[in-house]
Design a protein around this ligand. Structure first.
Ligand code: ADP
Length: 492
C-alpha cells in the first residue's frame, strides 16, 4: 500500500523540481494542469461566465515561479486550453473576456517579476547576513569577556556563553529581562534612571568610557567587573553592547600585592621610627642637659646671700632658649612624619568609593554592599589613592567585624556636611564598637584582633586630616558601627 503513495509523492516532487527549473514548460504545465483539473471536476455550466477566473491560480503560480515570462505563458496557455476544449464558436463577449484575462495576467506577471527580482537581491544578502551572524555569534561565544547586548529599554537581547559562565544565568533565563537584574543595589534601582538620562541628555556615565563596578551573580554574590559599553545604530535601531571582564582574579592579586606593600611600608616605617627615636634621643639630650645645667646653676645662685640678679636672669634665659631648641627639634620631627602632602584633585566620590568597595569585597561572600551617593555632593577634592586606602581600611574593618553576624550589610553613603564638606559614612551591621576600642580609636598600635596591627585607623586619621577633614565613629542603629569622615567639596 505504501509503495504507490511513495512513488506518487516522489514523482510529484521530481515534477515540481523540474517545473521550477525549466522556465517555459513550468508555467505552461501548471496552467494546463490547473485548467484541466478545474474543468473536469467542476461542472462547466456552474463555472459559466466566470470560468476564466478558474485559471487565475495557474497564472499566479506561473508568475511566482518564473516571473514575467512564466505569468504570460500561463495566461496564454490557459486561454488556449479553454478555447481548445470549447466546442462552440467564440463569441464577441468571450473575446472581450479573454482580453480582460490577458490584461489581468500581465499585471500578475509583472508582480511576479518584481517578486523574483527582490528575491534575487535579498537571497544572497540574507545568506551573507546569516554567515555574518554566525560569525558574530561564534566570536560572542568564544570571547573570554562576557558580552551582553541590550535595547534602549534595557532589555537583554544577547547573552554570550561567557556571560552565562560569569553570572550563572542561562541565556533563556535572561533574554528579554531588564539588565539591571545583573547588578546589585543601588545600581539596580538606578539603572533605568541612568539610561533615561543618557537617552534624553546624552550624559555619559559608562558608555564609551569604561569603569570598574560591582556585578551580581545568580546566587546573589557580588564580584568586581570592568565594564565597557559601546553604542550601535543599525537601521535606526539603537542598542548597547556591554563587554565585561571579571576582575576577581586580577583584584585578588592586586589586593595581595597591596597588602604586601602596606606590610612593607609598615615594617620600614617601624624601622625608620626606631632610628628616628634614637636620633631624637641624641638630639634632645643636648638641649635637655643644657636646660638642666642652667636651671641647677640658677638655683645655686638663688641660694647665695648676695643675689646676682643679672647672672640668674642670663641662666634662665639660656635655659628658655634651649627649651625652644628642643621644641624646634620636635616640630621638625612632626613635619617629617606628616611630610607627604595629599595631592588632591577633583574626584567623583561615588567612583572612588565604588572602586575601593570592589577591592574590599574581593573574595567576600554574603555581604550585601550598598552605595547611597548624593549626586549633589559627589565632586570632592581628594588624593584618590589615599582616600581609597582609608575606605579600604574602613570597609575591611567593617567586613571583619560582621563575620559572626546574622545580617551582613555594608553601606557606604555620601551626604552633605557643614561648611562645604561631604560626609562619607561606612556603616556595618556587626556587633559595634566595644567600650574599650571606642576609648582608644585612632590611636596607633591599639587592636582587638589577634593579628591586628592597630594602625589602619590611625593612618586613616592622618590621611583624612591631611585632606583638611576629620574622622569619627558612631554607633549604627540597631546594631553595628558607622565610621564617618569629611572631604572638602569641589566647586562650592
Ligand atoms: P586593626 O584592624 O589592625 O585592628 P584598626 O586601627 O583598623 O586596626 O582598628 C582598631 C580596632 O578598632 C580594631 O581592632 C577593632 O577593635 C576596632 N574596630 C575598627 N572598626 C570596627 C568596626 N567596624 N566594628 C567594630 N570594631 C571596630
Amino acid at each position: 500500500m505504501s509503495q504507490p503513495a511513495h512513488t506518487i509523492g516522489d514523482g510529484a516532487r521530481a515534477l515540481w523540481r523540474w517545473a521550477a527549473q525549466s522556465p517555459l514548460i513550468a508555467s505552461g504545465l501548471v496552467a494546463a494542469l490547473a485548467a484541466a483539473a478545474a474543468l473536469t471536476t467542476l461542472n462547466p455550466a456552474l463555472a459559466g461566465d466566470a470560468r476564466l477566473l478558474l485559471f487565475v491560480p495557474a497564472v499566479l503560480t506561473g508568475a511566482a515561479l518564473r516571473g514575467f515570462a512564466g505569468g504570460v505563458l500561463a495566461t496564454l496557455t490557459s486561454l488556449l486550453v479553454l478555447f481548445a476544449i470549447q466546442r462552440a464558436p467564440i463569441t464577441a463577449l468571450e473575446l472581450f473576456e479573454a482580453l480582460a484575462f490577458i490584461a489581468i495576467g500581465l499585471v500578475i506577471a509583472g508582480f511576479g517579476e518584481q517578486l523574483r527580482r527582490a528575491e534575487h537581491e535579498i537571497g544572497p544578502r540574507t545568506e551573507a547576513l546569516d554567515v555574518r551572524e554566525a560569525l558574530v555569534k561564534s566570536i560572542f561565544d568564544a570571547a573570554p569577556d562576557a558580552m551582553i547586548e541590550i535595547d534602549t529599554d534595557g532589555r537583554v537581547q544577547t547573552f554570550s556563553a561567557a556571560a552565562e559562565r560569569m553570572f550563572g544565568w542561562t541565556a533563556p533565563e535572561v533574554l528579554g529581562r531588564d539588565v539591571s537584574m545583573l547588578m546589585p543595589e543601588p545600581y539596580r534601582a538606578g539603572h533605568d534612571g541612568f539610561m533615561h538620562r543618557y537617552m534624553t541628555t546624552g550624559e555619559r556615565r559608562i558608555i564609551g568610557i569604561g569603569r570598574v563596578v560591582t556585578a551580581e551573580r545568580k546566587d546573589g554574590s557580588t564580584f568586581p567587573i570592568e565594564l565597557a559599553v559601546g553604542e550601535m545604530h543599525v537601521d535606526g535601531v539603537r542598542s548597547f553592547t556591554g563587554f565585561i571582564r571579571d576582575l576577581t582574579q586580577r583584584q585578588e592579586t592586586e589586593a595581595r600585592l597591596q597588602e604586601l606593600q602596606s606590610e612593607l611600608v609598615h615594617v620600614s616605617r617601624l624601622t625608620a621610627l626606631g632610628e628616628m627615636a634614637q636620633a631624637l634621643a641624641h638630639e634632645l639630650n643636648q638641649p635637655l642637659s643644657a636646660i638642666s645645667n642652667y636651671l641647677k646653676g640658677s638655683v645655686k645662685l638663688l641660694h647665695e646671700e648676695s643675689l646676682d640678679r643679672p647672672k640668674v636672669l642670663d641662666a634662665v634665659d639660656k635655659a628658655a632658649a634651649q627649651a625652644l631648641r628642643a621644641g624646634d627639634i620636635i616640630r621638625r620631627l612632626r613635619d617629617f612624619v606628616a611630610r607627604r602632602d595629599a595631592e588632591t584633585r577633583v574626584e567623583s566620590a561615588s567612583r572612588v568609593i565604588e572602586e575601593a568597595a570592589a577591592l574590599a569585597l574581593v573574595g567576600v561572600k554574603d555581604v550585601r554592599f550598598r552605595l547611597r551617593a548624593d549626586p549633589a555632593v559627589d565632586q570632592v577634592m581628594a588624593d584618590k589613592v589615599q582616600i581609597q586606602q582609608v575606605l579600604l581600611n574602613l570597609a575591611r574593618n567593617a567586613i571583619e567585624a560582621m563575620q559572626g553576624s546574622p545580617q551582613r550589610a555594608l553601606t557606604i553613603e555620601t551626604t552633605a556636611g557643614e561648611d562645604g564638606m561631604t560626609i562619607v559614612s561606612v556603616a556595618d551591621t556587626g556587633p559595634g564598637l566595644s567600650a574599650e576600642a571606642a576609648a582608644q580609636l585612632f590611636q596607633p598600635f591599639v587592636s582587638a584582633k589577634p593579628n591586628g596591627m592597630g594602625v589602619g585607623l590611625s593612618i586613616s586619621r592622618t590621611i583624612v586630616e591631611n585632606h583638611g577633614g576629620r574622622i569619627w565613629a558612631d554607633a549604627n542603629s540597631p546594631t553595628g558601627a558607622v565610621f564617618r569622615f569629611t572631604l572638602r567639596r569641589a566647586h562650592v
